[in-house]
Design a binder for this molecule. Structure first.
Ligand code: GLN
Length: 484
């Protein structure tokens, strides 16, 4: 098998058994990146030299018999994660020259276990978008059909896995940004519970929603990555100090007797028929495996997108105030301080980011704060309560990830509302703060991947991973590869 097609667990066995060295694996990956990049555009920065050096160090560890599951595995991460000494742009022109003085905890955890960094992946600017089209570094293309978007905002992270440019990747999910691109690119993507993974050193978009998570080729790899990432970090006060279970050990437990909820608000008339078909087939598969289905309701679902776009933009307007041309990033030439601020921000931010800052500033302004921001917070509580009540009767929920498969590049970019609506099934999970995963569950008539969303209780990652694994064992969607 080609090295670039391998999963983490397959490559790990080959490294441990000394059939391949990390240097060989990393070089093969770098060649693959070079060959595929002109068609896909997943990367903003490729760190070839550092990757080869890290691979050599990993080989020394392996020679000494120290071969952790991630030792020598070539990974790539979204350009939202700070990486010491390596340019970090967050997809924005305003950070085109920003070299961070320290690294994100999540990346350090992988690196400390011997993982090799291949580079930094393309994304929507400041993670605002669902198509990767708001990046200042060009659009990433979907490896299954290069006229389509890969999803967003972690579009580069999903495309790199699907185009086999990295063994696995890291993304972030504020309103669906791991799950939606994973669904559109046919990979596994998991958004952990709020507080499960440290966000120290992750450029903030909407701090009450942002979470870090893995994108992988299969559920086994997802469990390995989550195990490496999860845990309390004293540097992130929102990370929770609760034990990290052995996710890999939970996988083979099966779904017999598992109660799966089907929220009626997620199976709407406007659902694409191919997506509906894939969901029906998945429900049949789970039935065959012994799971029980329960009809449930999440009655405030209709308000989720509006609530999200008040809370996320309010938090973004505050988080993005720090890009003022003074301490880091782009600084415009100007006569006075005020003009320097204005010009730096006008030149540095793209139009979607400006739209969000204006919306958020408006929602927080005096006179409108109670009518918009406070009201959105109250509705958020109702949405959370929907999940709490529904989870009293079920162990997991099964829903589509997105209402349609990947759309065409350019199709929604001039209609922000249409773009925002593509996240209707992922956004409520972030508002509720719980965990969810996208797994491959079929293909559209035109050959585009379709993902299935499994939503778990807070800190119920083991259950969604085990349900995902059972589905994967019973189907072969995850084994299909884009012909790129
Ligand atoms: N598409 C949503 C947004 O634009 C979600 C993005 C995300 O999860 N980072 O805000």
């Amino acid at each position: 098998m080609s090295i670039f097609n391998m999963t983490i667990h397959e490559l790990h066995s080959a490294l441990k058994g000394k059939q391949i060295s990390s240097l060989e694996a990393t070089s093969a990956m770098l060649e693959r990146i070079e060959a595929v990049e002109p068609h896909i555009g997943s990367f903003i920065t490729v760190t070839s030299e550092q990757a080869l050096a890290a691979a050599k160090s990993a080989d020394q560890l392996i020679a000494r018999g120290e071969c952790d599951l991630l030792t020598g595995i070539p990974l790539a991460i979204k350009d939202i994660f700070l990486t010491e000494g390596i340019r970090t742009t967050c997809g924005s022109r305003i950070l085109h020259n920003f070299i961070p003085p320290y690294s994100a905890t999540s990346w350090e955890k992988l690196r400390d276990r011997g993982a090799v960094l291949l580079g930094k992946l393309n994304q929507d600017e400041f993670a605002m978008g669902s198509s990767n089209e708001s990046s200042a570094y060009g659009v990433t293309r979907n490896p299954w059909d290069t006229t389509c978007i890969p999803g967003g905002s972690s579009g580069g992270s999903a495309a790199a896995v699907a185009a086999r440019q990295a063994t696995a990747t890291l993304g972030t999910d504020t309103g669906g940004s791991i799950r939606q691109p994973a669904s559109h690119c046919g990979c596994v993507g998991l958004k952990p519970t709020y507080g499960r993974v440290s966000r120290y050193g992750v450029i903030a978009y909407a701090s009450s929603l942002d979470q870090v998570g893995p994108l992988t080729r299969d559920v086994t790899d997802c469990a390995v990555m989550l195990g490496a990432l999860a845990g309390h970090d004293p540097k992130d006060s929102t990370s929770v100090d609760t034990p990290v279970p052995n996710y890999s050990a939970a996988l083979p437990q099966g779904v017999k007797g598992l109660r799966i909820g089907l929220p009626k608000e997620y199976f709407i008339d406007g659902l694409d028929p191919d997506v509906q078909k894939a969901m029906n087939a998945a429900i049949e598969t789970y039935r065959r495996l012994g799971a029980e289905f329960v009809d449930i309701s999440l009655p405030h679902t209709d308000y989720a997108v509006a609530t999200y776009y008040l809370i996320a933009t309010a938090e973004a307007s505050s988080n993005l105030a720090r890009y003022d041309g003074v301490r880091f990033g782009h600084r415009a030439e100007a006569d006075g301080l005020l003009e320097m601020y204005t010009r730096s921000r006008s030149e540095g931010f793209g139009s979607e980011v400006k739209r969000r800052i204006m919306l958020g500033t408006y929602a927080l302004s005096s006179g409108y704060y109670d009518a918009y921001y406070v009201k959105a917070q109250k509705v958020r509580t109702l949405i959370m309560n929907d999940f709490i009540s529904a989870f009293a009767n079920v162990d997991v929920m099964l829903t589509p990830v997105a209402p349609t498969p990947a759309f065409k590049i350019g199709e929604k970019i001039n209609d922000p509302l249409q773009m925002y609506l593509s996240d209707i099934f992922t956004i409520p999970v972030n508002l509720a703060g719980t965990c969810a995963m996208s797994i491959p569950a079929g293909f559209s008539a035109s050959g585009l991947p379709i993902g299935l969303q499994l939503i778990g209780k807070p800190f119920g990652e083991e259950t969604i991973l085990r349900a995902g694994f059972a589905f994967e064992q019973a189907t072969e969607w995850h084994t299909r590869k884009a012909t790129i």
